[in-house]
Design a protein around this ligand. Structure first.
Ligand SMILES: Cc1cc2nc3c(=O)[nH]c(=O)nc-3n(C[C@H](O)[C@H](O)[C@H](O)COP(=O)(O)O)c2cc1C
Length: 647
């Protein structure tokens, strides 16, 4: 093995650092309190900068939840003390490194000893350990030691430097005399005054203030380490021009945004005080919010949890799970509801979604090294599936697994660009040979589908039997919907939602709104606007001579889910449009009035003109395309597993 040579080891810093400056760094000591998410990264980044001496402290040992972000967290270091582990890692970079290790962390008693000889103090202290942080910054100021803090915020870094003669930590954050919770708020608002991260905090329930735990990413910790190493270079080499507090920097890599703020009076600035007042209210709401569910305890629970994301008409989730053993489950599908006109042909859409659910379960099982054995109970009035998940060690995880929770209907217009050959090939392969897939991509096809869709929309909005379904399916509460479709995700234009909300409560109101053109307006929004905002329409039929029975439809559902997940994987959005099938199959049945009968007849004729001899074998219609924007803010989510396990 080659002997260690400092100059050679850090020679690639040269250029950004002069040779004599590198030697100066070799003689410097940095004190880092905390060897966790940020502290461990700081030590490694600074060791690679060639800093020759460190004082480090941490009283904790590595645990599994550290794995996502902490530099010293490996399966081999679980249970090992953080300070000692990181000391070993730094020595692996530079065996000459001079280290003082405080394995019991820093305390008011050992603080002076800890800071002894330090040229720079770096804050890697746990977010919630506010008392010792304040003490450390105050003591650094008294001792004339520059101190920096880099906060991992979302997927970004908030950076603050406190120089001995500049603004102090205390006058920036204003923590004196405040309660513990208020101190957390002030610290957070001080390290992230612009609150960029809030734009993508997708699950606030993960902030667990009571147990002093919050979400934190490896990306942010790595950014923090890089930012501190750069700042340390500047401070330790006396290059000057360091922008210290009250100047604050926030780089958010997720949002690709950088902001610099100057808070002359820190948290006492009027704008900060206003933000604090708002944050206090949000904080109180957060404390009242329900805690997130426990993660699945068994592979079977994990499989059910993932399969919950299977789609169903109007998000009704017509299934319940009965766990019979550690690898056995019975899925009961809801019986057919003849009063629901969307459940045409004896509940065909529900059987399709049952096929999707069974396929979702099969896909999820592969992730847990299991194969699914399925027996359908044919005797009962309802569909019942007896499932067994048997270990299959050679089973590769199905790549569609990852798409299960990400697939979601997008009912807005998409880009008009056509499907690329590779997209078409992947989609056709996904649906397999068991179904007949036809693309309708030219303007004539779009026009025909727009006309059909609009006719079907007018039909269902004027059909008394569909009214109850619409009323229960649309969820008017803000946010996602566990039991239906959020109003904001229906595809209706926002300004028209209040009218729809008013009308949908009562059939007579609906009739009145329809008379004033309500159904036409809905067709314009839901069908005409989207038809020309799509890459293609698609129709899916059973093959010639294939029986249109339960089994055939279950298999079709499975193929359709694979098709839909593949579309998601390709970055394409899809919206089924089965209302056309509902409308067309109503032709010749007894309908409440002549206008509806006429619409159904026309719909059936137009569909036949489009699909030809396949018309009677059609099982699914949809449109597809590249989304124009990020996914809709609101989406249908699912009932919690505990509820679906209701037996
Ligand atoms: C068989 C079936 C038929 C569907 N038909 C329609 C439809 O005609 N129009 C529509 O917008 N969504 C339709 N959907 C989509 C569901 O409304 C959607 O999957 C459900 O609300 C769950 O939402 P998510 O897919 O965003 O998770 C259908 C879904 C299935 C499984």
């Amino acid at each position: 093995m080659k002997p260690f040579d400092y100059q050679a080891a850090f020679s690639r810093n040269l250029g950004w650092v002069r040779a004599e400056e590198q030697e100066s760094l070799r003689g410097r000591r940095v004190a880092i309190a905390g060897m966790g998410g940020v502290g461990g990264g700081h030590l490694m980044a600074l060791a690679r900068l060639g800093i020759g001496a460190f004082t480090i402290a941490d009283l904790d040992s590595f645990d599994l939840p550290n794995m996502n972000r902490q530099a010293g967290a490996f399966t081999s270091t679980l249970g090992r003390p953080k300070a000692e582990t990181l000391a070993g890692m730094a020595r692996e970079v530079n065996p000459e490194i001079r280290l003082r290790v405080f394995p019991n962390g820093i305390t008011p008693e050992n603080l002076d000893d800890f800071l002894d000889g330090a040229d720079l103090f770096v804050d890697g202290i746990d977010f919630f350990a506010m008392d010792i942080r304040r003490l450390a910054f105050a003591r650094c100021r008294e001792l004339g030691i520059p101190a920096v803090t880099a906060a991992p915020i979302g997927m970004g870094v908030g950076l603050l430097a406190f120089m001995p003669t500049g603004m102090s930590f205390e006058s920036y954050f204003r923590l004196e005399g405040q309660t513990e919770d208020e101190q957390y708020l002030r610290f957070l608002l001080g390290v992230a005054p612009r609150g960029l991260h809030r734009a993508y905090l997708v699950d606030p329930s993960r902030i667990d203030l009571a147990n002093h735990r919050g979400p934190s990413t490896g990306a942010a910790c790595l950014l923090c380490a890089g930012a501190v190493a750069a700042m340390a270079t500047r401070i330790l080499l006396m290059r000057g021009g360091v922008e210290a507090a009250p100047v604050h920097h926030h780089y958010d890599a997720y949002l690709q945004r950088f902001v610099q703020t100057r808070l002359r009076r820190g948290n006492a600035e009027p704008v900060q005080r206003l933000k604090l007042a708002i944050a206090r209210r949000q904080f109180a709401a957060m404390l009242r919010a329900p805690r997130p569910p426990e993660p699945p305890a068994t592979p079977l629970e994990a499989i059910l949890e993932a399969a919950r994301w299977a789609p169903s008409g109007d998000n009704v989730q017509p299934w319940r799970f009965e766990v019979l053993g550690e690898d056995q489950v019975r899925v009961r599908f809801d019986p057919h509801d003849p009063a629901n006109p969307y459940e045409y042909r004896g509940g065909e859409p529900s059987v399709l979604s049952a096929g999707m659910m069974l396929e979702a379960l099969r896909i999820a099982a592969t992730m847990h090294g299991r194969a699914m054995e399925c027996r359908i109970d044919e005797g009962s009035d309802r569909l019942v599936a007896e499932l067994r998940f048997v270990p299959a060690p050679k089973q590769e995880p199905d790549p569609l697994y990852a798409l299960l929770p990400l697939r979601s209907v997008d009912r807005r217009p998409y880009r008009r660009r056509g499907l690329l050959p590779r997209e078409r090939t992947a989609l056709e392969a996904a649906i397999g040979p068991g179904l007949r897939l036809r693309w309708h991509e030219d303007d004539n096809g779009r026009m025909a589908f727009a006309r059909l869709g609009a006719r079907a929309t007018r039909f269902r909005l004027r059909l008394p039997g569909a009214h109850a379904v619409h009323r229960s399916a649309i969820d008017w509460a803000p946010g996602d919907s566990q039991t239906g479709i959020p109003a904001g995700a229906t595809g209706l234009w926002r300004p028209t939602l209040p009218v729809m909300r008013w009308a949908i409560r009562d059939w007579r109101r609906m009739v009145a709104v329809n008379r004033l053109g309500g159904a036409h307006s809905a067709a314009l929004q839901l069908d005409w606007a989207t038809a020309f905002g799509s890459a293609a329409f698609l129709s899916v039929a059973l093959p010639k001579d294939a029986p249109r029975d339960r089994e055939g439809l279950l298999v079709a559902g499975a193929s359709l889910l694979r098709f839909w997940l593949t579309a998601t994987r390709l970055g394409l959005a899809m919206q089924p449009g089965i209302a056309v099938l509902l409308c067309a199959q109503a032709a010749g049945t007894s309908l409440p009035n002549a206008a509806l009968a006429r619409d159904a007849e026309r719909c059936a004729e137009e569909l036949r003109a489009l699909a030809g001899p396949e018309t009677d074998r059609l099982v699914f219609l949809a449109r597809i395309g590249e989304p124009r924007d990020a996914p809709p803010r609101q989406r249908s989510v699912r009932r919690p597993l505990a509820e679906l396990r209701g037996g």
